[in-house]
Design a protein around this ligand. Structure first.
Ligand code: ARG
Length: 470
């Protein structure tokens, strides 16, 4: 059986008088990495072939042969028997060549009304859609782990920081819920990107559309490229469909932002684990020792995640620059979209998976957290608010408290350790009820508005998040 594609290493067609050089072959081939798209490529081909048969463009026997052949190929790839050939350039030509080898002419008919340009755009979208679904699941898992930890710590007090200086007391649960908010927005972004990714390029052919009576909606339905109401989602301009990779760019942007959130959490875990804070411990399976310092336990996982954020941000820069200035329609530049996209998916998925598990194993040193809050004059704002309630203008109250803090600092004690007389010397309206105000617990309770750190509010937020994640 003659196989045109198998001869590609010699020449593309009768038009070419010599084969590409070996160097060019290596330079232009993508099969080593894009073979990862094989399942999407087969799914896309099955949908296309099914439609060709339904439209009477190929016969029922051809369709049956194509289905049988692609089934066999899927089996070969899964079991590792499939022989990927560099000379066949990419995943698409490798699978098509094998199909023709297996089923003959029917294999050669599969490409009717299709080009690799709309084929690859479809494959990448299908593949990415599946990976986004996995990422959404993983984001749910991470949020659940954070909520489970938070639920145990609505009364655990830690210093809240601004400028990394002790500012006001917050609960550890409240601090964790800040990350739940971030990851919930990351999940929203992923859902939005998914909707724009889930649109069908097939039917655009090389760039201008096709002269065959294709039913694009049939293919979209077969591939699940439909909206929430089941309406098929088609890319509606053939030039745009085969050439733009904005869906990959916006996915990478959402992924980079998610990694940035992870890097913020990582930085805090590293700080909190340091002896100078000693707020938390990570489970041993997430830390490593030092080969020279026997006492060390290093938070390698959060450190690496912080570092890997840089590489995902780098992929975003790579992809967006890849698209810049490309004229319509398809250009080979776009073959360069795959490695950054694949690495972004791998990095983000691994990171989310490991963080969900790691956060489940965080041990909290509540006493150290509370002592750090108590050490830092964290309730100074509460004293100022107290004076305002007694009738002082806020700016004056602020000044009075600054004097009180200064005096406590000189004595090396906390505000709450000053005697009532000492406190009254700064302002006579201070009464014995001030000590409740100066307590960390009182400070927390007082911030009882939506989004505040009061245990009651935090419990409501935990319940709301749990409901949302059901
Ligand atoms: N491997 C190519 C890519 O990833 C497939 C499309 C090639 N199309 C073409 N006309 N050369 O973009």
């Amino acid at each position: 059986m003659t196989n045109q594609l198998d001869k590609k290493s010699q020449a593309w067609s009768a038009l070419f008088s010599e084969p590409v050089s070996e160097l060019v072959q290596r330079y232009t081939s993508s099969v080593n990495f894009d073979k990862r798209l094989w399942q999407a490529d087969i799914d896309g081909s099955l949908a296309h072939a099914g439609m060709l048969a339904a439209q009477g463009i190929i016969g029922a026997k051809d369709l049956a042969d194509i289905e049988r052949g692609l089934g066999q190929i899927a089996h070969e790839i899964r079991s590792g028997e499939f022989e990927w050939k560099l000379a066949l350039e990419d995943v698409h030509l490798n699978i098509e060549a094998r199909l023709t080898q297996l089923v003959g002419d029917a294999g050669k008919r599969l490409h009717t009304g299709r080009s690799r340009n709309d084929q690859v755009a479809t494959d990448v979208r299908l593949w990415l859609r599946g990976e986004i679904d996995t990422i959404s699941q993983l984001l749910q898992g991470l949020q659940t782990a954070l909520l489970n930890l938070a639920a145990q710590h609505t009364q655990t007090i830690m210093p809240g920081f601004t400028h990394l200086q002790v500012a006001q007391p917050v609960s550890f649960a409240h601090h964790l819920l800040a990350y739940v908010e971030m990851f919930s927005r990351d999940a929203e972004r992923m859902a939005e990107v998914r909707a724009r990714t889930n649109r069908l390029p097939l039917g655009s052919a090389a760039l201008a559309g096709t002269s065959y009576p294709l039913d694009r909606e049939h293919v979209a339905r077969a591939l699940g490229m439909v909206d929430a109401h089941g309406v098929p989602q088609l890319c509606r301009n053939s030039l745009d469909a085969v050439s733009d990779r904005d869906f990959a760019i916006e996915f990478t942007s959402a992924a980079a932002l998610c990694m940035v959130h992870i890097s913020r959490l990582s930085e805090e875990l590293v700080l909190w684990m340091s002896q100078n804070f000693a707020f938390i411990g990570l489970a041993d399976r997430f830390t490593t020792g030092s080969s020279i310092m026997p006492q060390k336990k290093n938070p390698d996982v959060p450190e690496l995640a912080r570092g890997k954020t840089g590489r995902v941000v780098g992929h975003l820069m790579g992809l967006i620059t890849l698209m810049k200035g490309q004229p319509l329609a398809y250009n080979k530049d776009n073959q360069e979209d795959k490695e950054p996209l694949f690495d972004t998916v791998d990095t983000l998925q691994d990171t989310l998976r490991i963080f969900a598990e790691m956060m489940g194993g965080v041990s909290v040193k509540a006493t150290a957290m509370e002592a750090a809050a108590a050490r830092g004059y964290a309730t100074a704002t509460d004293l100022a608010d107290y004076l305002v309630k007694k009738g002082l203008p806020f700016r004056d109250a602020h000044e009075v408290v600054a004097h009180a803090v200064k005096s406590a600092q000189e004595l090396g004690i906390e505000l709450s350790a000053l005697s009532l007389d000492a406190l009254r010397s700064f302002n006579p309206s201070i009464g014995p009820d001030v000590f409740e105000v100066l307590s960390l617990k009182g400070s927390l309770q007082a911030r009882n508005t939506v989004g505040g750190t009061a245990p009651q509010q935090v419990q409501l937020e935990i319940a709301r998040h749990r409901q949302r994640l059901l």
